[in-house]
Design a binder for this molecule. Structure first.
Ligand code: UDP
Ligand code: MG
Length: 310
């Protein structure tokens, strides 16, 4: 019986993989327990697959799922969980920013009885101030708008007990941010603090566009707030219009000329139209998500699997 499954979402990481494999096996071999390493090649366009083929030939504990194209880190983690046999699943980045020694500390917590263990970044090296600040803003905002208790300074580096893995797999959303889903799921949770090092090689794959997509997946499936915004802004605009109308009527009754107010018409129309379009846009994001759920396409497509024994 496999005790631990290490799930590694992998996208264009040809330079990191051998170093990652050596570092992980060095640490995990000290446990004397059975483990597997599942690399999910998320449609890499560099030499990632051939490095993975080499690792598969060298080490039968290494397993690979190759996606038919790039589906994203979250679907890659999901695929790893779908294929994991372990009693506990550890999700780690391929670039060694999630140190294997910290993973062993997570295992200690699991053995104490915790069901979900988060790696918490005390310090983060090699990340831009823009990334750190936008992440802080996003999680503050998401916590407020969704009411979910998403922990601070925590990413996808986590240990999941089998129970939690099964619970994650029971959630059917196509748009998903595991950090939000695990906050919704609950379970007995613990943290292991660590200093996040720089990538061992290459550079981050998270462009602003990818970060926005992830942010969207964290917010919209978890809140009705955006759907109630048209109602709230509609009421506010209505009250404002009535107040303006009363003021205008009072002014005209008092014989005060307010021809200059004509100048206000265009900005007022602009603000009102902007508010309507903003609310419509937010609603449309929900509709697009509902449409994706109705289509119910697979969340990823695997074109090849290696070293899995069915
Ligand atoms: N990754 C992936 N698919 C993607 C982007 C990234 O599987 O579309 C993987 C990547 O190879 C790495 C992990 O997800 O193992 C985290 O990505 P990255 O290091 O670029 O993110 P950062 O650590 O900068 O937030
Ligand atoms: Mg990284």
């Amino acid at each position: 019986m496999v005790k631990y499954s290490i799930v590694v979402p992998t996208y264009n990481e040809e330079k990191s993989l051998q170093i990652f494999h050596a570092a992980v096996t060095k640490e995990f071999d000290t446990l004397g327990e059975e483990y597997e390493i599942i690399f999910v090649n998320d449609g890499s366009t560099d030499g990632t697959q051939s490095v993975l083929d080499g690792l598969c030939a060298l080490d039968k504990r290494v397993k690979v799922c190759r996606f038919s194209r790039n589906f994203g880190q979250q679907p890659a983690i999901l695929c790893g969980m779908d294929n994991a046999k372990g009693e506990a699943v550890l999700v780690m980045d391929a670039d060694l920013q999630d140190p294997p020694a910290v993973a062993l500390k997570m295992i200690e917590k699991w053995k104490e009885g915790y069901e979900l263990v988060h790696g918490r970044r005390e310090k983060r090296h090699g990340e831009s101030a823009f990334k750190k600040n936008t992440a802080k803003l996003f999680y503050g905002f998401t916590r407020k708008i969704t009411g979910l208790d998403i922990p601070s300074s925590v990413g996808d580096f986590k240990l999941y007990d089998r129970k939690v893995v099964n619970a994650v797999l029971s959630l059917s959303e196509h748009d998903r941010l595991l950090r939000a889903q695990t906050a919704w799921l609950g379970f007995k949770q613990a943290f292991v603090d660590f200093e996040r090092p720089q990538r061992v090689a290459g550079k981050t794959h998270y462009t602003v566009k990818k970060m926005c997509k992830l942010a969207q997946a964290g917010i919209f499936p978890n809140t009705d707030y955006t759907l109630t915004l048209p109602l709230k802004s509609g009421i506010a605009l209505l009250v404002l219009s009535v107040v303006c109308m009363v003021v205008f009527i009072a002014l005209s009754c008092a014989g005060v000329s307010f021809g200059g107010l004509i100048a206000w018409i265009f900005p007022a129309i602009g603000v009102a139209t902007g508010a309507v379009l903003l609310c419509q846009g937010l609603t449309n994001i929900h509709i697009a998500m509902i449409y994706r759920e109705a289509q119910n396409r697979p969340k990823y497509i695997v074109s090849e699997k290696k070293n899995f024994v069915e």
